[in-house]
Design a protein around this ligand. Structure first.
Ligand code: CP
Length: 317
């Protein structure tokens, strides 16, 4: 594998999950692979899980790791070509990227949607510049349209916890006070569509995702109907994708917050969320703390998904 930015980069999902479960049994079996290799992690946005789990995964493989928060201590970066740089940004991304590539063997990048231009966000302008100009393999640590390390960890978690061969997985929109990117729901849908699960997306009207990611999923606007018989409930907020509301909050209906009455409609479903989560907006305390909540094992699997991805890239160097 050269780069990891979407589900297609990982190839056969059954093989990827099998490899993940092998790695999980003995995560220190490959420490020689990363000897004298350096992982550089670049963050344009905040992170807890991605930062720690990816760094841990790299260390499990024997790699050295470096972390750079672009907004804390680095020069402010201009990202647009053709700009007369007479403002507050002293360095251009087009020099910064190849320089970063000089100091490492693999680059991880976190760069969220900015909601300034749908075209820029959905063309993955920042992530693709790293791929084009760093000279190094690039791992998406959540980009504008996808969060593949999270989706891979979600898939591993479902495979570990499913109680039926072909579970019903329901991804439900839930309210949130701030505009959040579509990267997690897009990516989760992209990965679920590559499985044989019964996959349903439910959201209020106006929150339709890019059809490219919805794929063959069933879309049900009635949340309660969607939840009937669910084996897994994956809650997530996202801002509107469709024009003219791209990046906007158009609904704050708290009846979509996942509570015990919602979970009672399901087939004793297990609850999932990528975290961080706003309690009693997305999900109630009772559900997230309940015995069917998978949020902690799901976060733990972030180390495993990252380790499989880095292992495969190291094997190809
Ligand atoms: N789920 C996830 O990516 O968490 P962080 O934003 O904390 O990295």
């Amino acid at each position: 594998m050269r780069n990891f930015t979407n589900v297609h980069d990982i190839g056969d999902l059954k093989a990827a999950v099998a490899e993940a479960l092998e790695v999980k049994k003995d995560r220190y079996a490959y420490t020689a692979l990363g000897r004298n290799k350096t992982m550089l992690m670049i963050f344009f946005n905040s992170s807890l899980r991605t930062r720690l789990s990816t760094q841990k995964a790299a260390m499990n493989l024997g790699m050295n790791t470096m972390v750079l928060d672009i907004n804390q201590g680095a020069w402010k970066l201009e990202t647009e070509r053709g700009v007369i740089m007479d403002g507050d940004k002293p360095e251009h991304l087009l020099e910064a990227i190849p320089v970063m590539g000089c100091y490492c063997d693999i680059i991880g990048v976190r760069s969220f949607a900015r909601f300034e231009s749908k075209e820029d966000d959905y063309s993955e302008k920042i992530l693709n510049q790293f791929i084009d100009y760093s000279g190094r393999p690039v791992v998406s640590m959540e980009a504008a349209t996808r969060h593949p390390l999270q989706s891979f960890a979600d898939l591993i978690t479902i495979e570990e916890h499913k109680e039926t061969p072909r579970p019903k997985v329901v991804m439900t929109w839930a309210p949130h006070p701030r505009s959040l990117p579509q990267a997690v729901p897009n990516s989760f849908a992209e990965w679920m569509n590559e499985t044989d699960y019964d996959f349903v997306i439910t959201h209020p009207e106006g929150y339709e995702l890019d059809p490219k990611f919805v794929g063959k999923a069933k879309v049900e606007y009635d949340q309660k109907k969607a939840l009937e018989g669910a084996d897994f409930v994956y809650a997530k907020n996202w801002a509107a994708y469709t024009d003219p509301n791209y990046g906007k909050i158009i609904n704050t209906d708290r009846s979509w917050t996942v509570g015990v009455e919602h979970m009672a409609l399901t087939n004793n479903a297990q609850f999932m969320h990528c975290l961080p989560v706003r309690r009693n907006m997305i999900v109630t305390d009772d559900v997230i703390e309940g015995p069917r909540s998978l949020v902690i094992p799901e976060a733990a699997n972030r180390e495993i998904s990252a380790q499989v991805v880095l292992k495969r890239i190291l094997e190809s160097l």
